[in-house]
Structures are given as C-alpha cells and as structure tokens.
Write a protein that binds this ligand. Structure first.
Ligand SMILES: [Zn+2]
Length: 358
C-alpha cells in the first residue's frame, strides 16, 4: 500500500468501505501475479520467499536454446524438476530440438521429444530467436519460422492443445547502430552476437517478423503468444496491427516494459485497454548456475537478490498501476493507471485462460 493509500485507509472509516477495498485491490504486495516468462533452473529458497511476499501465484519457466543437446537437457531437467517439486507454483514450457534439424528423421524425432515433454507436464512449447537468426539449412541459409519443415511440428503441438510461445527476432534496435538511448544498449554491448547492424549476411528484421506472421496465419487454431511484445515493443501500433489481424495471437511484455515507458503513456494505456484480453505479464528473470551465476549464496547476496528482484516487479507495477510521475528502472515516465479489471486480466486472468495449466 502506498503511504497515500494508507492514510486514506486510516481516515476513511466505515463510510468508505468501497474506497478501502479498491485501495487494497491495487496493493502491490497482495495483488495476485502470474509471471509467464522466467528462466529459473535452480530451486532457490529466496525466490519462494519472494513469491510469498508479493503474491506471485505461479511462474512459467520457458526453456530456451535448443541449438545443442546438452543445453536443452540442462534447462529441461531444471524446469521439469521445479514443476514436479512445486506443482502449485511452477509450470514449464518445453521447446523443440534444432541441433539436428538437417538430419534425416528430424520431424519424427522432434515429435517424440515433444511427446516426452508433454508426458512430463510441459504446458506449452517455446520457439526462440535462434529460429531466424542462427539455425541454418544444408545450403547454409537461415531457416525461418514459416519453413515447411516446421509444419508437422506445429500441427502436432496444436493437436496436443499446447500454446506456442514465440520469441522471434529482436527489438528493431538490434539492426540499428548502437545508441545509448536504446533501452537495450547495455545488453547489446555485452552480447554483440545479437547486434546485427553492419552484418549484411544476417536476415533483416522485417524478414523474421514476416515469417512469424506467416506461421501464425497458417494455423488459425494455434494459440500463439508473442513474447517480448512480438519484438515490436518500440511501437505499440505495430503490436496493435498484428493483434487486429490475428485473433489467435496474444502478447507478453517480458523484459520490454522499458520500451513502453519511452512511448506516450496515453497511447500505451489505450493499447492495454483495447487489448485487455490478449496481454500478459512476465519479467524474463533468470536464476541459474550454469553460464552466468545468478544464484545467491551468502546472506548478503540473498538480501540483495531479493531486494533487486522485488524492485523489478515493483517498478513494473508502479508503471502499470500509478497515476502521474513514476520512475521505471531509472527512467522518468507517466504511469498508466490501468483500471483494476484490466490489471486483473493482465496480471493473471488472461494467463490462466490462454495458457491452460497456469
Ligand atoms: Zn526470456
């Protein structure tokens, strides 16, 4: 509860029960949250404490990177284990192998891998940006998501009632010169492999987006969730146009709220109200020991870890809920002040409806 809300609560008395309820409804700590986009591969007690403290009722672990069998295995096992150990709080999405895409029998093997994952409780299937940006066919050309090779795989996923979660392409800034104003500036500095400016051999942004759209159009019965606002987070108008064309497309905001804060709050608010049944909350937080260690060990690390993670959820919350000036991760912007029923859909009700099992 904000200090202002607390004062209202204290002075309002019984005559203002309605206002009191409303203030409590929009309380950061108690408002139910589902995070549909996390990368958690370690069972960290501090994260369970955070879930309890700010009422995260469920997280969806989204497996990534199927370019090598060992990465796929490591992430699948971690996500699956968490879901088995904490079925109330953790769900997981599988992915399909890409390391063997040019080998004979690829489709049959992939379907077996998917069936295994479904039997192990995977509630969705993630396709990552290495489709379009990394994986190549036998001629050395990039394979895109509308490639016919994926047709039977996508059909199999749809037949099993699982949504497809797509992180395809990158924000358009990845194709532009490095720019400090770009919210992803730091990421691109430390991940030059995902910065394509001056690399004519890489597919264009437009090409990858068009391949994604073609795939969504080809399977009207597929539930498609465009992660990271479909890599169109720099312009909610672009997301709006896709949601208008494809009734089977939905969108998650994970890791891209920064791009929203740079646009007109009035425009973004209208977008959220118009598409209130199609948008879902997520953070893109990572907790793992392999690669970059993000698991706290000492009590100091534990406290710091909890503080920084809660701040991340809190900053997003303030942006979506507050009215007037807000600070989002150091950037001054205007809060969206979304109506409570829109917040409920965005923070958990849509996820429960669109991704069965959450
Ligand atoms: Zn992610």
């Amino acid at each position: 509860m904000t200090p202002a809300a607390k004062i209202l609560y204290l002075v309002a008395g019984a005559a203002l029960v309605g206002a009191r309820l409303q203030a409590a409804d929009r309380d950061f700590e108690t408002f139910p949250k589902i995070d549909i986009h996390v990368h958690i591969y370690e069972d960290v007690p501090a994260f369970h404490e955070i879930m309890e403290e700010i009422n995260i009722i469920k997280v969806l672990n989204v497996s990534v990177r199927a370019m090598t069998a060992d990465v796929f295995e490591y992430r699948k096992v971690g996500a699956r284990q968490l879901a088995h150990d904490h079925p109330g709080g953790f769900s997981w999405a599988s992915t399909f192998p890409l390391w063997n895409i040019n080998e004979p029998g690829y489709v049959g093997k992939t379907i077996n891998v998917l069936d295994e994952s479904f039997a192990d409780g995977a509630i969705a299937v993630k396709v990552w940006k290495d489709v379009g940006l990394e994986v190549k066919n036998e001629h050395g050309d990039h394979i895109h998501f509308d490639d016919a090779k994926f047709d039977p795989i996508v059909e199999h996923i749809v037949a099993n009632g699982r949504p497809v979660l797509g992180h395809l392409a990158e924000p358009i800034h990845a194709w532009r010169p490095l720019d400090e104003e770009n919210p992803l500036h730091r990421y691109q500095l430390s991940n030059p492999q995902w910065h394509f400016y001056g690399k004519p051999e890489m597919p264009s942004y437009e090409k990858i987006i068009a391949a994604r759209d073609a795939r969504v159009a080809r399977h009207p019965e597929m539930t498609f969730v465009a992660f990271h606002l479909g890599s169109m987070s720099h312009d909610v108008g672009m997301v709006d146009s896709r949601l208008a064309i494809y009734p089977n497309m939905h969108a998650g905001v994970a890791g891209r709220v920064k791009f929203l804060t740079r646009q007109s709050s009035e425009k973004v608010r209208a977008f959220f109200i118009k598409h209130q049944d199609r948008l879902m909350y997520g953070t893109d937080l990572t907790i793992e020991t392999w690669g970059s260690r993000t698991v706290p060990v000492t009590p100091e690390e534990n406290a710091e870890f909890k503080e920084s993670l809660k701040k991340r959820y809190r900053d997003d919350w303030d942006y979506f809920v507050s009215e007037g000036d807000v600070d989002h991760d150091g950037f001054a912007t205007q809060g969206l002040n979304l109506p409570t029923e829109v917040l409920e859909k965005f923070y958990y009700k849509n996820a429960q409806r669109i991704i069965p099992g959450l």
